[in-house]
Write a protein that binds this ligand. Structure first.
Ligand SMILES: [Mg+2]
Length: 403
């Protein structure tokens, strides 16, 4: 007997939909509204629906109080007239225990998109860019690095060369590739969290083509997607040492700082972790000397203020911060606004260079990318407005715009 389904949700506008986005909008009674972005992962729509209850009657500037309650409260939303909070009508949960007070998954992902929209709204209301809400900027543009994963045919070395060439030609100076997808032709067991020597050799060969094409000054990174055991992750890192990588990312399963610290101790390459972590989880990896670079995502860590707190915690421990980016244009611009305010910031990731509409669904007064960087806009809030033509062209079936 075989299972069927569940059916794929959402449509990303591609022939083979891989990702779809939810645009979040928060309106205030001054006529302003803010925009945020979530991925259409499981349950996020329901999470956003639940978060409505946190906003009723609140001061628009109370972002820390609202977000703290959404992220770390143990009670349901606090209505002005309620001592203990009130559940959204129809929400089936224990009134004294907020479903948002969880460290991972749908609640924090929903809060993240909502918090981005709140920062946009406050910036627009005050007439100042979002980075000024976070203490002001250190830089007027932030570096962006591309995640290219792998070429479609990993065995074709010309395709690796072409990928490096085109990225250099477009002005980018840093690329990341996915270790677990780089040599599936040499993988004999997908379950045992190991890397065979054949796999490692193919990975080194293919990344060497990228290094030789892009040159010695180009930054390269490799992502392990939390796949491997400690000894094989160390063996991989040692084999890659000759390529002078900026970082090796998420070598071991995500929730164990101890094993990651073991990899770091044996790795000649800096270790970068944290794309799914909230502040408290990131703290554990930094405190346990389990990473060199912290790598939170504005869409997964609780939003712009939480992202800044993680980067600042890393800074006072003399660690660098790069920002993981699963965002389209809007979330990437939100992350860039935070990156500009963090002293030890390296750059923000972008995944969707091959899917142009994801970078085009909002407009602003400066381009999304310029010379491998995201220029910051002086416009209020995130400085974006929806490109309704692009949104309409890629609207998922059954969805409507805010018109
Ligand atoms: Mg990653």
């Amino acid at each position: 007997m075989r299972l069927r389904g569940p059916r794929e949700h959402g449509v990303g506008g591609e022939d083979e939909p891989k990702i779809s986005k939810i645009i979040v909008r928060i309106d205030a009674d001054n006529g302003q509204f803010g925009l945020g972005e979530c991925d259409d992962f499981m349950g996020i729509r329901r999470g956003i629906e639940y978060l409505h209850a946190y906003f009723e009657g609140r001061d628009v500037f109370a972002v820390n109080a609202i977000v703290s309650e959404m992220l770390y409260g143990t009670a349901a939303p606090h209505a002005a007239t309620s001592r203990f909070g009130e559940m959204t009508p129809g929400m089936n949960a224990v009134p004294f225990c907020s479903p948002t007070a969880t460290p991972w998954g749908t609640p924090i992902w929903a809060v993240s998109g909502v918090e981005i929209a709140l920062c946009d709204l406050i910036g627009k209301t005050l007439g100042t860019p979002a980075y000024n809400l976070l203490g002001g900027r250190f830089r007027d543009q932030v570096k962006v690095y591309l995640d290219r994963s792998t070429p479609a045919d990993v065995t074709n070395l010309d395709a690796w060369e072409e990928m490096a060439e085109s990225s250099c030609a477009e002005g980018f100076s840093q690329l990341k590739f996915d270790i677990d997808f780089m040599a599936p032709d040499a993988n004999t067991d997908v379950w045992n969290r190991s890397l065979t020597l054949t796999q490692i050799n193919r990975i080194v060969e293919r990344l060497t083509v990228v290094r030789e094409t892009a040159g010695p000054d180009f930054e390269l990174c490799a992502d392990c997607h939390m796949q491997y055991n400690v000894p094989d992750a160390i063996r991989l890192a040692q084999a890659l040492e000759q390529l002078n990588l900026l970082w090796l990312e998420d070598p071991t399963p995500i929730v164990n700082p101890d094993s990651c610290a073991e990899v770091r101790a044996g790795s000649p390459i800096p270790i970068c972790i944290g794309e799914m972590l909230c502040l408290e989880q990131a703290r554990q990896f930094i405190d346990n000397q389990a990473c060199d670079i912290i790598h939170p995502d504005v869409m997964f860590c609780g939003g712009m203020h939480e992202l800044q707190k993680i980067a600042q915690y890393a800074e006072v421990h003399h660690r660098a911060a790069a920002f993981h980016g699963n965002g389209g244009a809007l979330a990437t611009i939100a992350a860039a606004n935070v990156g500009a305010t963090c002293r030890s910031f390296l750059g923000v990731e972008y995944h969707f260079i091959e899917t142009p509409w994801i970078g085009q669904y909002v407009r602003r007064d400066v381009p999304l990318f310029r010379d491998g960087h995201i220029p910051l806009s002086d416009a209020p809030g995130l400085g974006v407005e929806l490109d309704l033509d692009v949104c309409r062209a890629h609207l998922a079936p059954g969805e409507a715009l805010f018109e």
